[in-house]
Design a protein around this ligand. Structure first.
Ligand code: CO
Length: 211
């Protein structure tokens, strides 16, 4: 299988060079992405592919169910690098419908490490139980929970000292929440964008309710 993968890579690399002889030289010369993508590890949601972007155009962090843990050093390091060194201007938290991680968070605890990772989604499910029960069926409930997880993720990213510091320096960085449909390949804006001045507008606590 590995040989297959290496062969596919050789074919892909050759095709790219045929189309544009200096394609890789151009990409290797600089990394100047506009976007920092925080998404799910799901193999069906590769950031570059679904966003139609070339290598070099999006800086990516992915984990199971795109959960934002405020103490996740991996995520925070990537976010800091993206903001302070790559000078990205758009942060995208992207979830997807049919997310296995979100589904797992709605089921009985199988007592594995993933339970700890998914705890913020369980907390959201408890907090919005009254709203979620109104959804038509289990799949719709999970998909709404996936949306709530993105909206919560946008809020958490926005509350990190990294973003707060960037905004206090006058940088115009926006944090967006998107959801991807596995069945139609479309990205949808959840209209929960946070940008400079948001917290002043929301008051001292900055604690905006998830809607
Ligand atoms: Co997923």
């Amino acid at each position: 299988m590995l040989n297959d993968l290496l062969e596919r890579n050789a074919v892909w690399s050759g095709a790219k060079k045929t189309g544009e002889p200096d394609y890789f030289m151009r990409l290797a010369a600089q990394q100047t992405p506009d976007f920092f993508w925080i998404g799910c590890s799901d193999s069906r949601v590769p950031a570059n592919v679904v966003a139609g972007l070339d290598p070099g155009e999006v800086f990516v962090h992915r984990n199971v169910a795109n959960v934002i843990h405020s103490s996740d050093m991996n995520l925070l390091s990537a976010l800091e690098f993206a903001v302070d060194f790559l000078k990205i201007r758009e942060v995208i938290v992207c979830g997807h419908y049919g997310c296995g991680g979100v589904k797992a968070a709605t089921e009985d605890l199988p007592q594995c490490l993933t339970d700890h990772w998914l705890e913020p989604i369980r907390r959201l499910a408890r907090a919005y139980a009254v709203d979620l029960v109104k959804e038509d069926g289990e799949e719709a409930r999970r998909d709404r929970l996936a949306e709530l997880n993105v909206i919560e993720g946008v809020r958490r990213v926005s509350e990190t000292p990294i973003l707060q510091r960037a905004w206090s320096r006058g940088l115009c960085i926006k944090v967006h929440g998107l959801i991807y449909g596995l069945k139609d390949g479309r990205l949808r804006d959840l209209d929960c964008t946070v940008g400079p001045g948001h917290f002043e507008a929301e008051g001292e606590s900055g604690a905006r309710a998830v809607t």
